[in-house]
Design a protein around this ligand. Structure first.
Ligand SMILES: [Zn+2]
Length: 220
């Protein structure tokens, strides 16, 4: 049984990994923590939810750690009522940059340490966009979301770890397009068709991160 006295073992492992990153505690808001493992979010529950009139896919088998959200932004823009839910898959380093800068950066922007944001090798050149998706199946594809290895002190096992940022995104500020990873006829998500899995925008302020999703897969 994964549940021991009300706490989830998977969530504890994800929390152990997050702690190992040494991010500042002040970035997080525990009230928005939520585990979507099969014990915490049973198979019989909905696979999708609608927020702000837009369908998104529940991040089954991921665990969310809530992020602090700016009160002014949430009150002025009514992000919990009017903005849709999207995912952004990225590396641990880029995720930290987004969360610590309190905003997404667009290729060409400079970080606070002076380093310029570059388009990753293999990604489309001269596209100064931020990419998101209504389905974590697309956001967590390795070219967006490279995995790292982590050995837990709790289980002494080795895991592949991936990170995806869960966001609220303002309707009317983005475009939807088909996948750009050359999937062809291979279906990426059983719910959202390949023709609608990619969202892109040049409007930096139209995306607000509110959760850090962590996925652990046991290697050995
Ligand atoms: Zn759980």
């Amino acid at each position: 049984d994964a549940k021991v006295s009300g706490s989830c073992k998977y969530k504890s492992l994800c929390a152990e990994y997050l702690k190992s990153l040494n991010w500042n505690e002040a970035l997080f808001d525990r009230r928005f923590n939520r585990c979507y493992c099969s014990n915490c979010y049973p198979d019989s529950w909905d696979n999708t939810l609608v927020e702000a009139g837009s369908l998104y896919v529940i991040p089954r088998s991921w665990c969310r750690f809530g992020l602090q959200v700016d009160k002014v932004r949430s009150n002025v823009d009514h992000i919990w009522r009017d903005w849709i839910v999207t995912y952004h898959g990225t590396s641990v380093e880029a995720a930290h940059s987004i969360v610590a800068h309190r905003q997404f950066l667009i290729p060409g922007d400079k970080c606070i340490d002076g380093e310029k944001i570059a388009i990753l090798p293999g990604h489309i050149k001269e596209k100064y966009h931020i990419y998101t998706s209504p389905t974590i199946a697309y956001s967590s594809i390795p070219c967006y979301c490279p995995s790292k290895q982590f050995r837990s002190k709790i289980t002494n096992k080795l895991y592949d770890v991936r990170i995806v940022i869960q966001c609220r995104q303002k309707p009317g500020t983005f475009q939807v397009q088909q996948e750009t990873i050359g999937a062809g006829n291979k279906r990426i998500c059983p719910i959202i068709p390949n023709s609608q899995v990619e969202i892109f925008t040049t409007v930096r302020a139209s995306i607000i991160p509110y959760g850090l999703l962590i996925h652990l897969a046991e290697i050995s």
